[in-house]
Design a protein. Structure first.
Length: 367
């Protein structure tokens, strides 16, 4: 029996934070840094004068009070449970006053404004999934299980006339933007484990995983297969030490899973190149990258043009027993827009309607 296993960073299925669609990396990074800073400030137990002044500055800078404007994020408050700020004046002369004395003084959070993706983007994302036609597909950056199911039924099924996957699962992770790691499978998902509560050994009290490292047990014949899904720390606002710590923890989770089954796959967007310390921590366990298999003869990367190893971010890593069963390895790039490097789907005509800037990696195994 041939089983195809794949990973694909879909960059959300139906809705995506507006900031991610900005054309300039510098502007996008500035907004996300300000968002992260504001979230951190507002989590303080007590707001001193400096905290209030900086929070007010960020609120004004990004016009969070103006629901009719082009604000990138806003403050979502529960009515009747305190308030974070008050405003005076309007337009450029608006002023913010932080009235809450600390985190216990109000109920709410800062939330990124989301935008519906154009149908062309959703359709092209579906085309990638349909063309790969995996038996087990790890989906990176999906909103939630309800969204994954709707995509499965309405895009793969109704639009592209594919048989929807009978099994789907998403565990909500730690990313406040709602980008999680899920799975679609033609084989029963019989159990799952989450690691959202794993703590960072170098940052006591802080969650280690930016999203999660969910373990999905999938029944294939008499031997269960465990899929460890990952989306390690992004290189935006890079923190390589955190990514290394995450990779080392994934390595230990993998080794523990081997006690339950010889078939343990680590896959996802690992956000680093093969020579990095993070990836070496995983390969040091005996896992092997399917794109290093002799059956694969394509370009070395998976992100953007994929022309160099520095653009390799996405992985399917196999244990020795599965490596021996590899039949074929391929990378589906046609959902990416890179016209000077390779040909995309005819419906992918610009970076604005591409499925993703990540290609999908898949491997065929004889089990």
């Amino acid at each position: 029996m041939t089983i195809r296993i794949a990973t694909f960073n879909t960059e959300n299925l139906f809705r995506r934070p507006k900031v991610f669609r900005l054309p300039g990396d510098k502007q996008r990074r500035e907004i996300l840094d300000d968002y992260a800073e504001l979230v951190s400030l507002l989590e303080k137990e007590t707001y001193d004068d400096a905290t209030k002044a900086r929070a007010a500055e960020l609120l004004k800078k990004h016009r969070v009070h103006d629901s009719r404007g082009d604000r990138p994020f806003f403050v979502n408050e529960t009515r009747g449970q305190g308030t974070l700020f008050k405003t005076k004046g309007g337009g450029e002369h608006v002023t913010f006053e932080i009235v809450a004395k600390g985190r216990p003084g109000w109920t709410g959070w800062v939330e990124l404004v989301r935008d519906d993706l154009d149908w062309e983007v959703v359709h092209n994302t579906g085309r990638v999934v349909a063309e790969v036609d995996a038996d087990i597909l790890l989906t990176v950056e999906v909103e939630d299980r309800t969204t994954l199911r709707r995509f499965n039924e309405q895009v793969l099924g109704a639009d592209l006339k594919k048989t929807p996957y009978p099994y789907d699962m998403v565990i909500d992770g730690n990313d406040p933007r709602g980008i999680d790691v899920g799975i679609l499978s033609r084989h029963p998902i019989t159990s799952l484990r989450s690691h959202v509560f794993d703590t960072d050994p170098d940052r006591p009290g802080t969650c280690l995983f930016s999203r999660d490292c969910p373990e999905y047990e999938i029944q294939i014949g008499g031997t269960p297969l465990w899929m460890l899904g990952n989306h390690l720390k992004s290189q935006s606002g890079d923190d390589p030490e955190l990514r290394i710590a995450q990779a080392k923890r994934v390595a230990s989770i993998y080794q523990a899973a081997l006690e339950r089954s010889p078939y343990v796959v680590v896959a996802g967007d690992l956000n680093d190149e093969p020579s990095s310390e993070a990836i070496r921590a995983l390969l040091g366990t005996g896992l092997r990258d399917v794109m290093s298999h002799p059956s694969y003869r394509g370009a070395p990367g998976t992100h953007g043009t994929g022309a160099s190893e520095s653009q390799k971010l996405d992985y399917v890593l196999l244990p020795p027993p599965l490596w021996e069963q590899v039949q074929h390895v391929e990378v589906e790039r046609r959902g990416v827009w890179a016209p000077s490097t390779f040909k995309s789907f005819d419906t992918v005509t610009s970076k604005w309607n591409r499925a993703s800037d990540h290609a999908s990696v898949y491997v065929d195994l004889d089990l």
